[in-house]
Design a binder for this molecule. Structure first.
Ligand code: SF4
Length: 334
């Protein structure tokens, strides 16, 4: 395993669990500064904590090349003894054995519960073009019935899988959440350096809507004084509606310690006049307190009303299989 510039052998003392698996991973490809590894996974579906809008999450990769400045998922590299603040976007782990593991886990799944793909990594990041781990998971869902699936992504690569999504939708429910924090391409490039341009994401919304798959746009995370202005959100919601989205999310930025390490220097460099306010608001708590959240909730609510958008995908009746497996819709975003 590579660790910075140093190769850590798989038998490095003290490595256990996911860190040990990471150390044993085979390099799939190395290009520029990004390296791709194959990682063995024992399981794919993870139970989420109570209160989440879905019961299970599924992430075909670890790490995410898009490298968003606000990304909260960097902590997932901590478990692998990697420097989460930089290596999260440079060392991408593709999970192996997706189809077999998923088939086995779906067979055992009890009760009802929605499955969200892309909660800690983007399932359509550049690695997916080559390694097709998300596609492998969708092929399994296309064999199933009665499940509720949501996919969250910033990438127009999701349109490659439209035929599969249509197949899945015949016997399951499936919806796609496209994250667009801003329509301003320059600002998006700063915030999400390697993610597709906003206009490409909007085109993906149109293609998915035209295919009859429920699709929504999430401006998450809404960043105070950077993307939260009413006019910006209004334009985004209108564009979403005009491209066939039927719902529009909305969640305010939260900054875990691992995210602060990247986001504060980013603010200092590009929005120095905002640094002190961000520090005051986020230094002691990952979540904003006070009236701001309520103001934003009302702002998003008003904009949704104006454009006839819902908060989440429409509930849809799907046949319950003999061994009931449930469905639920996710409004969660990465
Ligand atoms: S796309 Fe999502 S998972 Fe990837 S870096 Fe951005 S916020 Fe993180």
């Amino acid at each position: 395993m590579l660790f910075g510039d140093v190769v850590l052998p798989a038998n490095t003392p003290g490595l256990v669990g996911i860190a040990k698996l990471a150390a044993e991973s085979e390099v799939l490809e190395s290009k520029r500064v990004v390296q791709y590894f194959e990682i063995q996974s024992k399981s794919l579906l993870n139970r989420t904590r109570p209160g989440m809008p879905f019961e299970w999450s599924l992430n075909p990769y670890r790490g995410c090349e898009f490298g968003c400045q606000y990304c909260y998922a960097r902590y997932t590299h901590e478990f692998m003894e990697l420097r989460e603040s930089v290596e999260f976007e440079d060392k991408i782990y593709a999970k192996s054995g997706i189809a077999e593991i998923l088939r086995r886990e779906l067979k055992r799944m009890d009760g009802r519960g929605g499955i969200a793909i892309g909660t800690a990594t983007d399932p359509y990041q550049p690695a997916e073009r080559r390694f097709k781990r998300t596609q492998a998971a969708l092929e399994v869902f296309a064999e199933q019935s009665g499940f509720g699936l949501s996919i969250t992504t910033k990438s127009n690569l999701v349109t490659r899988d439209i035929p599969l999504l249509r197949e899945i939708a015949k016997r399951n429910s499936v919806s796609v959440n496209i994250t667009i924090t801003t329509l301003d391409a320059g600002l998006a490039r700063l915030l999400e350096p390697r993610a597709p341009r906003p206009e490409l994401r909007l085109k993906a919304v149109r293609a998915i809507a035209d295919a009859g798959i429920p699709v929504g746009v999430f401006p998450n995370p809404i960043m105070p004084l950077i993307t939260d202005q009413e006019a910006r959100l209004d334009r985004l919601a209108k564009a979403a509606r005009d491209h066939g989205a039927t719902y529009f999310g909305g969640g305010v930025l939260f900054l875990m310690p691992c995210s602060r390490k990247v986001f504060f220097p980013f603010v200092e460099k590009h929005f120095p006049h905002l640094l002190r306010r961000y520090q005051e608001r986020y230094e002691r708590d990952a979540y904003l307190k006070g009236p701001y959240r309520e103001i934003m909730r009302e702002r998003i609510f008003g904009i949704r009303e104006k454009y006839g958008l819902k908060a989440g995908p429409p509930p849809r009746e799907i046949p319950i299989p003999e061994e009931p497996q449930g469905w639920l819709f996710s409004t969660r975003i990465v």
